[in-house]
Design a protein. Structure first.
Length: 190
């Protein structure tokens, strides 16, 4: 066998092995970066590569997260470390945002008082920063309020769902109506 043919064969084999290992090296490098810079830890609620969930495992090649639907998502560390990562747990506190629409004929001051009462009535809502309920828009059939309490990360969904239910109940009890979409049809004669 000629030396040049042997060298060319060896170089081609080396290139093939290098290309085959490229993805593995990419993912292991991503894993090393995640382990060094620690953008999240096990137990954190993160969003990355289109998945949102609690981190349950981090190894050299992959990160595993459990979604709110109890699905296990395995994300390759190369892609995860090179994309945007949102860590919802890092600061320990999250703001819950939602919009509540009321009819145009209601008293805005009374509505704000009821919404603030809803926000401050639950123990999982933090007092600092203070909860907010402000007019955020005038729509076709409603006056919209931006409602925003803060809570510890682990209480996010409890606060979100409880506040919506409590808001509806207290608004109803106070006689504050939520609107239904309406359309006006005008007929032309002739």
């Amino acid at each position: 066998m000629e030396t040049t043919s042997f060298a060319a064969t060896l170089a081609a084999a080396g290139l093939a092995v290098g290309l085959a290992l490229q993805e593995s090296l990419y993912n292991s490098a991503g894993g090393v970066l995640i382990m060094i810079f620690k953008p999240f830890k096990i137990g954190d609620l993160i969003e990355g590569q289109g998945a949102l969930g609690i981190v349950v495992d981090i190894d050299l090649f992959t990160t595993k997260i459990n979604t709110s639907q109890n699905k296990l998502v395995i994300i390759l560390n190369g892609a995860l470390s090179n994309g945007n990562i949102t860590n919802y747990s890092e600061n320990g506190v999250l703001k819950v945002f939602y919009t509540i629409g009321v009819s145009y004929n209601v008293d805005i001051k009374k509505t704000k008082e009821v919404l603030v009462k809803v926000l401050t009535s639950q123990e999982k809502v933090l007092k600092d920063p203070a909860p907010m309920a402000e007019v955020s828009g005038l729509r076709d059939s409603s006056v919209n309020f931006a409602v925003s309490p803060s809570c510890n990360t682990e209480h996010y969904w409890d606060v979100y769902f409880a506040k919506l239910e409590n808001a509806k109940n207290l608004l109803d009890a106070a006689g504050i109506k939520t609107p239904y979409p309406q359309a006006v049809v005008i007929r032309k004669k002739g």
